[in-house]
Design a protein around this ligand. Sequence first.
Ligand code: G1P
Ligand code: ZN
Length: 544
Amino acid sequence: MEISTIKTQAFSDQRPGTSGLRKKVTIFQAPHYLENFVQSIFDTRTDLKGGTLVLGGDGRHYNRQAIQTIIRMAAANGVARVIVGQGGLLSTPAASCIIRKYRTNGGIILSASHNPGGPDGDFGIKFNTPNGGPAPEGVTEAIYARTREIGEYRTLTSGAIDLDTIGMLSLGNTRVEIIDPVADYAALMEALFDFGRIRQLFDAGLFRMRFDAMHAITGPYAKHILEEMLGAEPGTVINGIPREDFGGGHPDPNLVHAHEVVALTSGRKAVDFAAASDGDGDRNMILGRDFFVTPSDSLAVIAANAHHIKGYAGGISGVARSMPTSQAVDRVAEMLGIDCYETPTGWKFFGNLLDANRITLCGEESFGTGSNHVREKDGLWAVLFWLNLLAVRKQSVKEIVQEHWRRFGRNFYTRYDYEGIDTEAANGLITRLQERLADLPGSSLDSYTVDYADSFAYTDPVDGSVSENQGIRIGFTDGSRIVYRLSGTGTEGATLRVYLEAYEPDREKQGRKTAEVMKPLVGIATGLAEIESRTGRREPTVIT
Ligand code: G1P
Ligand code: ZN
């Protein structure tokens, strides 16, 4: 096994975004592109030498080749042990679970999450620290700095490594362990939730659900847990075989992209409960019969009901939500007398709060929910939480959520995405909004009065690190909000996200249609940001 040092040249565009480095597959396939980034990880995370690395991905196109490359580089860089999911597969939450469980020095996860895959699709890579969470900014910036100056990388020559047979093999002095990607994760879920009770729900034959794995990574996880361990009928998991191109789809669990499972929740044969997860298994969408639960509401309901669930029966220490997420959970925290943190977008900002036990639960409006059981958001976890709750409360999804609104008020919520717009136009729009912020408070827009307007900055209460320019917030005196920010995960042009929230405490008005309630706010938001004239877009690309 001969270690070789390969000369390379730095790329200038390897700065990780909201969730790792994401680019088109074709960019990652360019000579040295992947290798440079991986070597930069090894160069900055020096404890990987002689340590243990977890490795896996969501199975998208180029996953297998990249896994082979990284294992060789890990061996050439002196990593003592590499734990790899069979077939090179690991869902993001499972990777987080394994990084923590085996007290490793971190992991490399290959994924572009919900972005489309295939030869012309997206690819991504990120490093997770030993706590199992996405590397905080200090770490990603150090890796990025290294990519700017790298001149060579280490690898070794070997034949193809067999990724499909569970067991151990050696590559030079490195032990490569190919593990079952599902087992550790399934055991963790069983420890948190009352599987016996959920099983009873299915056994009675009166309750039916469907889970849409969207041809992505959660297929094998959901099949094993829902159908084999919990006894849900065969066929409960749809689109359950992971494909390199996700069946040509867009593996994002929302009402637009997961319409197949949404359709199963209405009509005469409607199922009682349905859910979907994304490309790498960290997102979730929750549906009842004829009923969609917004991710913001889901987080609030989960927090309000945690005491019903085995793994959280001892109480929750606090909650956190990303800034654009609705304030529904804030009201639950207030009732429970626990802290509620507002963090910038991206799961990495929850890590310190979880590690310091300041929070137990956290979530984002972008279909992400999770807890202190791992350090990533976790799609199947949310589904199991809801299943456990349905089994305990013996009510429908709709009844549970409507009861929640009656108790806490309803936060109507919607998000408008303008994808693939000109980057300069997008930056100009944000800059202009920033210039106007100081004049907004106290002014009237339509029938709303601006309470505050700012560019969101966050000081991490644990390590004191400051993150500025995390989105523009405009709050109104009645509790409504408009938030603008630019996506940090896109790979083409810029994506402008506009988040809208309206609060309704009046029970009589809580049944109104979201689109109708939001109409005036949409008008204000698009007008204020001059969206049409600046981007040329009349309508958003996606409304969720
Ligand atoms: C998006 C979501 C964000 C999430 C991230 C990774 O990031 O908005 O909440 O954490 O994907 O799943 P964005 O593209 O908005 O930067
Ligand atoms: Zn994801």
